[in-house]
Design a protein around this ligand. Sequence first.
Ligand SMILES: *[C@@H]1O[C@H](CO)[C@@H](O)[C@H](O)[C@H]1NC(C)=O
Ligand SMILES: *[C@@H]1O[C@H](CO)[C@@H](O)[C@H](O)[C@H]1NC(C)=O
Length: 471
Amino acid sequence: MAFPQQKMKPKSKSFNRPFSKIVNKKFIYTVISVFLFYLFFLRSNNDNSDSSNYNYSFSPNNPYQHLPKEHGIYNDQILTSDPLIYPSVQYAPFLRELTLSKLFQSKTDENGNLHYVYDQDLDESERLFSDDDTANGNNDNDNNDNDLNDLNYDENLNGLALNKKSKSDKNNNHDDYHDDLNIDQPYDDNEDDEIHFKKAKKSFKNHGKIVFDARNNKSPDLVIVTSLDFEKFELTHLTKVITNRIDYCKANNFGFYSRWVQEFIPILQKHNSNKSWVKLMIMREAFHAFPNSKYFWYLDQDSIIMRYDLNLINYLLAPSILNPIILKDQPIIPPSGAIHTYKNIKPQDIRFLITQNENSIDSTSFILINDIYGKAILEFWQDDLFRKYTNFQIIENALTHILQWHPVLLSKTALLPPRTIASLHSVMDLPKGGDHLHYYPGDLVVNLKDCEARKSCESEFESYYQQIDKN
Ligand SMILES: *[C@@H]1O[C@H](CO)[C@@H](O)[C@H](O)[C@H]1NC(C)=O
Ligand SMILES: *[C@@H]1O[C@H](CO)[C@@H](O)[C@H](O)[C@H]1NC(C)=O
């Protein structure tokens, strides 16, 4: 006897699988949507977090209200026509001696914890040092005087931020920073230490305000970004790092942007975050300082550029060159992760380039392109939610998560083989021609990853520095 139901059975079974898949997918989408809405409300109701800078209620009349503030971590800015922006490294020993507790004022938060704060976040009455100490300083013959008194206040277009602009670039003695790089004569012997400490502090508090005057000067196509740590390295080493970048930039008409890691400590303290997040914060500051530049190349202070004759744009970034080099259909977690990079990615769609070594993505050297996707990747990666999460104290883990869960961002990302922009230093001899991972003479960059553990950053750097082909 053939009951209709029984006849139907095999048919319904064959539908069973795809149907349950659809249900599962629908279920997953619903869970994700509910979760996102939850985050959305959590964030927009929490006035104490960074999210207070954002306004999520959309108004077509003012779409820009959704964007973060239009300035860097400081409210003030100082314009320069010089595309090489870096801190006065000769003050590094003084800064280290001053320690953070003298460079920042502290404030007790609602939980009773002491936090470093930026001067601009203190009320007038709370400030221990006057503006003379930090910005003006006419009383100590300081030639790094940046004339903050002469700055004009100018309401910016979105009304989000109050930007200061200097009347003319000539008022601003940014060039003095460069003369300062002469380490044989780091300071005038006639001056006593107190003045050096004062100048060091002033330079520390003002360096981050300098931005490139992109309105009146041609912007460099590419900007190299490096964070510098005065607690980790000696003056001679810091000077070599900066000189290396500057020589390369001068040979190729690129810009350079560098900041002290320590400037960002008040932000890191908020979630007790790993110092390595600072590189993303400095990248954001670089985007702000060079609004019209296209490429931003972040390169750790533990890396050395070995080939001044290789122009990164012509050598790697031109789409026809990039196309055969990028790793397509490559597991994001090597060697066998489930999520792969896109097979059919077009080089002109790429906004983010980063290398991958044998174990993971490697954030010591990466390139971002200045448009809404490049900025989105940068903002996403350093979002408060990621920085709070303890498993993401290794910032590569946060990035791996983003690339595996956000196809839009993955579709703008290319993984590169390490020897393009992050060849690793090898402690062992290499076969002739090298391998796929380690530095071999002729490569653009050598990366001294983990040199701190080997306690040999400075000696390794010096030995490569001697080998640079400066032509
Ligand atoms: C957000 O923007 C809307 C529309 O412009 C405005 O009505 C509202 O007051 C703003 N909310 C905040 C917290 O600024
Ligand atoms: C901070 O980041 C570095 C570099 O990724 C890592 O080696 C270190 O273990 C991290 N520290 C913590 C406490 O997770």
